[in-house]
Every structure is written in C-alpha cells, then in structure tokens.
Write a protein that binds this ligand. Structure first.
Ligand code: HEC
Length: 234
C-alpha cells in the first residue's frame, strides 16, 4: 500500500514537472514558427515591392520624382494596404489599384506582405534578394587607404572589404554622408580594428548624394594620410 502511494507521488511529481516544461517548449516552438512566418512575409513582401512598387516609390523606398518615399512612412499597415488595394486619391488612376478583386494583379495576402515589408523595411533582405552588392577591396597600410577615393551610387549597396597589408595595426571610422548600414546601427558609430594581416568589412546603402569621410582614428594615422572619401552620386 505504502509503495503505491509512493509511486503515485512520484508520478504526480513527474507530471507536475513535465507539463510546465512541455508548455514552455511549446511556447518557444510557437515563437520559432512565428519568426519563420514573419521572415517569409518580409521576403515575399520585398520581392513584390521590387516588381510592383519600386519603379515609382524608389528601389530603396526613397521615393522618385513620380511618387513619395515609402521607407520610414508614418502610415499604418492598414493605410498602406488600402492605398495599394484600392488606389490613392493623389493618383487617380486604375494603375494604383493592385487588389485582384478590383481587377489588379495582386492577391490580398501579397498586398499584406508588401505592407508588412514596408513597415518593417529590411535593407538586408532587399540586398540579398537583388544580389547586387558591389564589392570594393580597400587595402590599409602605413599610412594610407588604397583606393582612398571611392564613388558610390545612391541606392546601390556597397561592401568595402578592408585588408590590413601593413606592419602596424590600423582601424576605420567614418562620418558624414547619409547611409544605411546593412547590419543596422549608426554609420558614425562604426569602429573596425585591423591587426596586421587582418580584415574586416562594412556594408551600407548610400541614401543621399554627398561625401562620406573615412579615417584611421589611431593617434597620428589620419594626420599622416590615412583618410579617404566615399563620394555618393546620383
Ligand atoms: C506608377 C507609379 C506607382 C507605382 C508603381 C506605385 N505607386 Fe504608390 N503612389 C504613386 C503616386 C503618384 C502616389 C500619390 C502621390 C504620393 O504619395 O507619392 C502614390 C501613393 C502611394 C501611397 C500613399 C502614400 C502617402 O503618403 O499617402 C502608398 C501607401 C503607396 N502609393 C503604396 C504603393 C505600393 C505598396 C505599391 C506597389 C504595390 C505602389 N504604391 C506602386 C505612384 C505609384
């Protein structure tokens, strides 16, 4: 009899522990699935944006002479969906009616994905989708960057592959110019360290015409010539 009570108690204990553990794992499993679905929405939204909206609203959502920017818009998702599905007053044209129900080319869930992408603008997803990142190799040594003058185009993702070919340690900082870092964060905060023989990379999308300056922040290095510019043209 005693043994049965003991077995019962042990079983109860096991269940008491196992159920919460199961619940917690179920929660993580669910959030994993949700994250995957969101990523799918982003990728599909980006793809539909590129084929349907970019020609007027800009390759990088920056707007064109034909239409306003959508990247960073303050519109709510529902407003974007409505504008794309039913058209906009400011552009009284059936061209802007995208809903299939109303004779347009896109299904409701496709418009929803575009709106989701616009509100959660992801430069990396877009760059990957396009596969158009321009690679530029930059060598650093005592006391220069080679090349020290780089030209980049608004909207075109650029990846600078830095290699330290010198005998000393070098580094990289930049300022000015309006760019979006593909990995997020502020361009002015970037600090890359380059040991002799070491390498590092920085990827960004120029957003506006201007000049970005880069330099080595180690003592005296910039004064001795370790500076350069990225000239951003249209
Ligand atoms: C043929 C050019 C063109 C295309 C392609 C286009 N739009 Fe537009 N869009 C406009 C114009 C013109 C306006 C009205 C003026 C403005 O806001 O720029 C507009 C307005 C908007 C607005 C309202 C902006 C605001 O601030 O009120 C949204 C949202 C929008 N478009 C989303 C989209 C989406 C999403 C797509 C792709 C499915 C798309 N547009 C494709 C030309 C275009």
């Amino acid at each position: 009899m005693d043994r049965r009570i003991l077995i019962g108690a042990v079983l109860t204990l096991i269940i008491a522990v196992a159920v919460p553990v199961y619940w917690t794992r179920e929660e993580t499993r669910k959030s994993g699935v949700e994250a995957e679905l969101e990523m799918k929405s982003l990728e599909q939204g980006a793809a539909f944006y590129v084929t349907n909206c970019a020609s007027c609203h800009g390759d990088y959502g920056e707007g064109t002479a034909d239409a306003s920017p959508l990247r960073g818009t303050t519109l709510e998702i529902a407003d974007i969906v409505r504008a794309a599905a039913e058209g906009v007053e400011a552009f009284p044209s059936t061209q802007h009616v995208y809903a299939r129900d109303a004779g347009g080319p896109l299904a409701a869930h496709e418009i929803a994905d575009i709106a989701f992408f616009i509100k959660n603008w992801d430069a990396e997803v877009l760059a990957e989708l396009r596969g158009d990142v321009r690679q530029i190799d930059v060598e650093v040594s005592e006391f220069a960057y080679e090349p020290s003058e780089i030209t980049a185009q608004v909207g075109e993702p650029v990846r600078l592959n830095l290699v330290n070919v010198g005998q000393l340690s070098h580094a990289w900082r930049m300022e000015g110019g309006e760019v979006e870092l593909v990995d997020g964060g502020e361009a002015d905060d970037v600090f890359l360290e380059l040991e002799p023989g070491g390498s590092a990379a920085i990827e960004f999308i120029p957003l506006k015409v201007g000049t970005l300056t880069f330099y080595c922040p180690l003592p005296d290095h910039a004064d001795r010539g370790e500076v350069g510019t990225v000239v951003i043209v249209d």
